[in-house]
Design a protein around this ligand. Structure first.
Ligand code: G3P
Ligand code: MG
Length: 242
C-alpha cells in the first residue's frame, strides 16, 4: 500500500481536551464540532484484555477509580465516572472502548491517531487487539489511521503484524540516534516535544521521507514557528488560540 496519509496542521490532543474530559466521546465530539478532522487518543488494555481509551497507568487523575487501570476489568472500568474531575456537567461521561470510539469516528467522519500505552510485556496482545479493531471498523484503512507509541518495541510488533499501517514514534527528547533506530521501521512520522525542535533537526528527518509532528502546542506563535520550519502537524489541546 502506498502511503496515502494526509494530515492536517492541527490534531486534537486526547480528543480536544481543553473543552471536555480527555479521551472520552465528549472530547472527540468537541474536536469535530470545532472543525478538526484528526485527533489523538491514548489506548491501553484492561485486565481482561479489552482496548480502552485512557492516558495514565493509574485511575485517580481522570476518573473516580483507584489503582492500576490494567488491574480492572471492562465491567469495572465501565462503572467509573470519567468526567466529574473535569466539570460536574460531564459526570455521565464513561471511559470508552476502542470499538465504541471507532464506531463514533465513522459517524462523525473524523480520523484517528491511536497512541498505544503499556507498562507490562503484553506488546503482542495489545498490538493484535488494536489492529483487530482497526480492521473491523468502517473507517478507511489507508487514510484514517496513524498508530503511535513511545515504545519502539510496540511499533516493531505493529510493523510485523501489519507492514502497511502508518506508524509514528513519540519521543520524549531529541536524540541523534533516532533516525538510525527507525531505519528498518520506516515510520510515517516522528513526534517530538515542540521545544526540542530546530530547523536543522526537522530538515534532517524530512530528508529521510519522514514527517515531523510536535506536541503539545497551544499558542499560535509557537504553531507558526513550527510550521515555518517544516513541521507537518501539531497536537493541540485547544484551537481557540491557533
Ligand atoms: O502523542 C502525542 C502526545 O499525546 C504524547 O504524550 O503523554 O500526551 O500521551 P501524552
Ligand atoms: Mg498521547
Amino acid at each position: 500500500m502506498k502511503n496515502n496519509l494526509k494530515l492536517p496542521r492541527i490534531i486534537g490532543h486526547r480528543g480536544l481536551c481543553a473543552y471536555a474530559p480527555e479521551n472520552t466521546l465528549a472530547s472527540i465530539q468537541k474536536a469535530r464540532e470545532l472543525g478538526l478532522l484528526w485527533f489523538e487518543v491514548d489506548v491501553r488494555l484492561t485486565r481482561d484484555d479489552v482496548v480502552m481509551l485512557f492516558h495514565d497507568e493509574t485511575l485517580e487523575r481522570t476518573s473516580n477509580g483507584k489503582g492500576l487501570f490494567r488491574e480492572r476489568s471492562l465491567d469495572e472500568i465501565k462503572q467509573l465516572d470519567a468526567g466529574s474531575w473535569f466539570l460536574p456537567k460531564f459526570s455521565k461521561e464513561v471511559i470508552p472502548t476502542l470499538e465504541e470510539v471507532l464506531e463514533f469516528c465513522g459517524k462523525l467522519k473524523i480520523n484517528i491517531n491511536l497512541e498505544l500505552k503499556l507498562e507490562d510485556k503484553s506488546e503482542e496482545r495489545l498490538c493484535a487487539l488494536v489492529l483487530k479493531e482497526v480492521r473491523k471498523s468502517k473507517l478507511n484503512y489507508s487514510t484514517s489511521f496513524l498508530l503511535s507509541s513511545f515504545s519502539l518495541e510496540i511499533l516493531k510488533k505493529l510493523k510485523i503484524l501489519d507492514s502497511e499501517i502508518p506508524l509514528g514514534w513519540n519521543r520524549e527528547n531529541w536524540s541523534e540516534e533516532d533516525l538510525f533506530l527507525v531505519s528498518g521501521l520506516k515510520p510515517y512520522s516522528l513526534h517530538y516535544p515542540a521545544d526540542v525542535l530546530t530547523a536543522d533537526r526537522i530538515l534532517e528527518i524530512k530528508s529521510k521521507g519522514i514527517a515531523v509532528l510536535a506536541y503539545t502546542v497551544n499558542t499560535k506563535s509557537e504553531a507558526d514557528r513550527l510550521f515555518a520550519m517544516g513541521v507537518e502537524s501539531v497536537f493541540s489541546d485547544s484551537i481557540s488560540s491557533l
